[in-house]
Each structure stands twice: as structure tokens, then as C-alpha cells.
Design a protein around this ligand. Structure first.
Ligand code: NDP
Length: 301
């Protein structure tokens, strides 16, 4: 039987470790979450981020500019948050409406308030291996590997997907832990063969159950980042979720075929309950680290 890597257990441990650090601070850490418009998925994510802040005594503030907001208005709002001493971390929930220049907005967040670790300055720190806020999803995956004592050093890791928020930072973090890393993407030739060489495979492509047994080496550790809502019955059947589909009318699946991974891998993250919970936990970790940094700097002035 393969080991199921339980993201909720790891999330709980990360949050427990943060509590004494928060208790030591003179002022609660503060996280501002900017949610533009009414995207239902974004609203769900923001709600759970704010709920988690409440669970561990982080002050949170939700700012909700209308769907019609302009880039200039977003920049003014970020500027205001950058100046506020009670706000340690700023998160701009993606996606932003078309008329807003996303890159300018993300780059306007002060690097020392960049709770998501997306600012180019912090990406540069990641490349150089210096401490800084890290992209939450891959940082959470590294915590999961550590929690389950899955060796990384010297092993072949394949990262499937090269996005700025998951694939690229994931590859760098695995490299810093001395894995031999391959990054695959939509132009990779012989994709299944590349993935089949992995001791550790991280799939982050946004394609429901595309990673089937031919991608998986027997005994591999498989981390499934994908979160895909399947609304087609035949597709749900292919993925072994016909029964759940019949009850709910749709199913949430990862990028890895859920039945085949359970047959071939030695350990894998389920969807849901695998990588998802880790992302929010690492957002909390980044916010606490930024608060510690701000309060230490204030004390030395
Ligand atoms: P992006 O769409 O930004 O990137 C997808 C990557 O996958 C790209 O590099 C793309 O290649 C590659 N890709 C797409 N299709 C294929 C294919 N058929 N074969 C090979 N490579 C392919 O996605 P994200 O990185 O933002 O997210 C990936 C998935 O992870 C999504 O399902 C998302 O919902 C989920 N996610 C989950 C999180 C969590 O907390 N659990 C957090 C963040 C994301 P190319 O660059 O060549 O186009």
C-alpha cells in the first residue's frame, strides 16, 4: 500500500509551530488581503485565508475594490498598505481584472511585505538561496517532504510545469536541497519518459488526471499540485470518480490520475487534502516571519 501524504497533518504542524512565535511578538502580525470583484473561486480562497489568520491570532484585513478598479487606484491602495506599520504582509488575490496591469501591481508591493513571495526581489533571493518570503505552494511541499522524511538530496526530481508561482520556485527549492532537477512543460519532448525517470515527481499543470501510470516509475513519490474541477461525466469515470460525480455533479481532481498513482507510487498527495492546505499554512508562515523582521527592526531603531 502506498503512503498517503496528508497535507492537513502537515498544515496543522506548521500552524502549531507558529503559535509560540506569534505569542512572543509585541503586536499581532497583520495581513492585508486585497480581493477585487466577485470571482467565486477567489472568494473561497480569501475566506479560508482569513479564517486561518483568526485561528492563530494573526490580524487580517480584507480590502475589496470593485471589478472596475484601475491600475492607478490599485497602486494607490498598495502604497497605503506599504506605509502602514500594523500591516506586515500584503496579498493580492489573483486573477485581477483585464484592465489592471497585474505585473505593476505585484511589483508595487514592498518586498518586505510580500507575503506571497512573488516580488522579483524575493524571487532573486530564492535564486541566490538567501532568506526571504518564499512562494507558498512550493515552500509547503518542501515542508511536506521534510515532515515525511522523504530524502531529496541526490535524487531525481521532475517538476512538471514552469509557472512563476509553482513550477519555477519548486525546481529551485528542490535544487537547493541538492536534488537533480528536470523541469518539463508543454514543449517537452517525450514527456512521459522524462517524468518516468523521477524519484520525486511534482505535477503542476492544471490538466485533470493527465499524469497516468506511463508517467510514473514504480515507487516514486508523487506530489499533485493540480486542482481541477471536472464537470464531464465520462471524464469523471475515466478518473475513477463516477460515484462522487453522480452525487455532486462535479468532482475536484489533481493533475495525476488518482487510481493509477495509488497503484504505482510509493507515496502521494491526495486531491483534495494534499498540497492545498499547505499553501495557506505557508502564507501564515511568511506573514509571521515578516512581522518578526519588522518588529526586530523597529526595536533596533
Ligand atoms: P499555469 O497555467 O500558470 O502553468 C501551467 C504549466 O503547466 C505551464 O508551465 C505549462 O507549460 C504546463 N503545461 C500545461 N499543459 C501541459 C501539458 N499538456 N503538458 C506539459 N505541460 C503542460 O498553472 P499554475 O502553475 O498556476 O497551476 C498549476 C495547477 O496547480 C493548476 O491546476 C492550479 O489550480 C493548481 N494550483 C494549486 C495550488 C494549491 O494550493 N493546491 C496553488 C497554485 C496552483 P508552458 O509553460 O509550456 O505553457
Amino acid at each position: 500500500m502506498p503512503q498517503i501524504l496528508d497535507g492537513i497533518a502537515v498544515r496543522n504542524e506548521i500552524l502549531e509551530r507558529l503559535k509560540p512565535r506569534i505569542a512572543k511578538l509585541k503586536r499581532k502580525p497583520g495581513l492585508a488581503v486585497v480581493l477585487v470583484g466577485h470571482n467565486p473561486a477567489s472568494e473561497v480562497y480569501v475566506r479560508s485565508k482569513i479564517k486561518t489568520c483568526g485561528e492563530i491570532d494573526i490580524y487580517s484585513e480584507k480590502l475589496t475594490p470593485p471589478e472596475t478598479v484601475t491600475t492607478e487606484e490599485m497602486l494607490a491602495l498598495i502604497d497605503d498598505l506599504n506605509r502602514r506599520p500594523d500591516i506586515d504582509g500584503i496579498l493580492v488575490q489573483m486573477p485581477l481584472p483585464k484592465q489592471v496591469d497585474t505585473r505593476r501591481v505585484l511589483e508595487a508591493v514592498a518586498p518586505d511585505k510580500d507575503a506571497d513571495g512573488f516580488h522579483p526581489t524575493n524571487v532573486g533571493h530564492l535564486v541566490a538561496g538567501r532568506p526571504a518570503p518564499r512562494a507558498c505552494t512550493p515552500a509547503g511541499i518542501m515542508e511536506l517532504l521534510k515532515y515525511y522524511k522523504i530524502p531529496v538530496e541526490g535524487r531525481r526530481a521532475v517538476v512538471l510545469g514552469r509557472s512563476d508561482i509553482v513550477g519555477k520556485p519548486m525546481a529551485l527549492m528542490l535544487l537547493h536541497e541538492s536534488a537533480t532537477v528536470t523541469i518539463c512543460h508543454s514543449r517537452t519532448a517525450e514527456l512521459a519518459d522524462e517524468c518516468h525517470r523521477a524519484d520525486i515527481l511534482v505535477a503542476a499543470i492544471g490538466r485533470a488526471g493527465m499524469v497516468t501510470s506511463e508517467f510514473l516509475a514504480p515507487g516514486a513519490t508523487v506530489i499533485d499540485v493540480g486542482m481541477n474541477r471536472v464537470t464531464d461525466r465520462a471524464e469523471a469515470e475515466r478518473l475513477g470518480r463516477a460515484e462522487e460525480f453522480a452525487r455532486k455533479g462535479s468532482v475536484l481532481v489533481g493533475d495525476v490520475h488518482p487510481v493509477e498513482v495509488a497503484r504505482v507510487a510509493s507515496a502521494y498527495t491526495p486531491v483534495p487534502g494534499g498540497v492545498g492546505p499547505l499553501t495557506i499554512a505557508m502564507l501564515m508562515a511568511n506573514t509571521v516571519a515578516l512581522a518578526e523582521q519588522h518588529q526586530a527592526a523597529a526595536a533596533s531603531r
